[in-house]
Design a protein around this ligand. Structure first.
Ligand SMILES: NC(=O)c1ccc[n+]([C@@H]2O[C@H](COP(=O)([O-])OP(=O)(O)OC[C@H]3O[C@@H](n4cnc5c(N)ncnc54)[C@H](OP(=O)(O)O)[C@@H]3O)[C@@H](O)[C@H]2O)c1
Length: 342
């Protein structure tokens, strides 16, 4: 039997609610020639999935999209055998098909994983889309140099923790922004950031000013909203910003696009301070940078120059709850559902 979460309706603006998702049980799909049947081991929960659902890009009735690490159960695919581990896109379901005629989500194609080279789950985080996002935004777009001050928001999260460590390895002074005190402590002690401030601090703008006495040269934007408003006055002339995400604004109900709102708030400062804003879409960097990223990150992990934290949630049943919690800051590290423990 297969079990899956489907999108019940195109959600209203705001944050997910119970009625947005529907639990379905049905028979296992049969692989045709050129396909294999895989069982999901890890499911990645990511903020962009909410964007797809809210905007109608994910049609009601379809299996909720999500990238996965899975194991091949049965294969009629020329490249994969039973027992192989794959990075693929099964979505929020226990069993899925990969291969001929199966629509995959664009820019990250299925590939075989070697569990001896890196923990399987890392293909959904530090060695996957999140790591490449951090690499592209920090090293390709903003290129921090020694002595510069770099600020990263959602600093303990999947992207933020890697982006900040890459800036540290480039010699920058790194200041994180996070919520809960345990996340702030993690950034300073485990990730080695020079400082970290909490956006929950009633005087967050002043705390950020004190943490960045020389202003901010690079800002890696993951959050938007009040966090962005706190960073804006601290930006130095000719600062660089990677506009990676604005998660605080994804539940916006004003009807205006969150990105337009963000730009309208920042524009006067960007113009006055000649600040460069780099919009980021990770898919653009797959053809040009994925291979060099995987080589570099593989080395960093082996040498333990980069550490990462994963937030594992047990059982496919919890996917909607864990997803909503992640969107609202209830995760601690990269959020993954363990659908079946490998
Ligand atoms: N451009 C691209 O191609 C691309 C690719 C991947 C991800 N992204 C973006 O990168 C960002 C991070 O994604 P992720 O997967 O690594 O998620 P994540 O950081 O692991 O989780 C989201 C975090 O956002 C913070 N947050 C949520 N609501 C907030 C609010 N109202 N105010 C302040 N902080 C809030 C929370 O951290 P705290 O509790 O510390 O506040 C939460 O833990 C997202 O904006 C995502 O859309 C973009």
């Amino acid at each position: 039997m297969n079990q899956q979460w489907r999108l019940a309706r195109t959600p209203a603006a705001g944050w997910p609610t119970d009625g947005d998702f529907e639990w379905i049980e049905l028979s296992a799909p049969e692989p045709r020639a050129g396909q294999c049947l895989t069982e999901t081991l890890y499911l990645s929960l990511d903020p962009y999935q909410w964007g797809r659902r809210r905007t109608g890009a994910e049609p009601p009735g379809s299996v909720c999209h999500g990238r996965t690490v899975s194991r091949v159960l049965q294969s009629r695919h020329p490249d994969y055998q039973a027992g192989d581990y794959l990075f693929n896109t099964n979505g929020w379901q226990r069993l899925g098909l990969t291969g001929a005629g199966v629509t995959d989500f664009g820019y990250m194609q299925p590939r075989r994983l070697d569990p001896k080279l890196a923990p399987l789950s890392s293909a959904l985080g530090v060695m996957g889309m999140l790591g490449l996002t951090a690499y592209a935004g920090m090293l390709v777009q903003c290129q921090p140099i020694a002595g510069e001050t770099v600020v990263v928001s959602a600093a303990s999260g999947g992207v933020g923790q890697i982006a900040g460590q890459l800036a540290k390895l480039a010699g920058a002074r790194v200041v994180g922004i996070a919520g809960d005190p345990k996340k702030v402590a993690f950034c300073k002690t485990r990730l080695g950031f020079d400082d970290c401030v909490s956006h929950l601090d009633p005087d967050f703008p002043e705390a950020l000013r004190a943490a960045c006495p020389d202003g901010v040269d690079v800002y890696f934007e993951n959050v938007g909203g009040k966090v962005f408003e706190g960073v804006l006055p601290r930006l130095n002339a000719k600062a660089r910003i990677t506009l990676c995400g604005i998660i605080a604004q994804y539940g916006d109900t004003s009807g205006q696009s969150p990105r337009d709102t963000w730009l309208a708030v920042g524009e006067p400062v960007f113009r006055a301070q000649k600040i460069q804003v780099h919009p980021l879409f990770v898919g653009d960097f797959v053809p040009s940078h994925q291979a060099e990223f995987l080589a570099l990150m593989g080395d960093y992990l082996q040498q333990q120059k980069i550490v990462y934290l994963e937030d594992f949630r047990a059982g496919l049943e919890v996917a909607p709850t864990a997803f909503t919690e992640m969107l609202r800051g209830g995760n601690f590290g990269k959020t993954l559902v363990v659908v079946k423990d490998p």
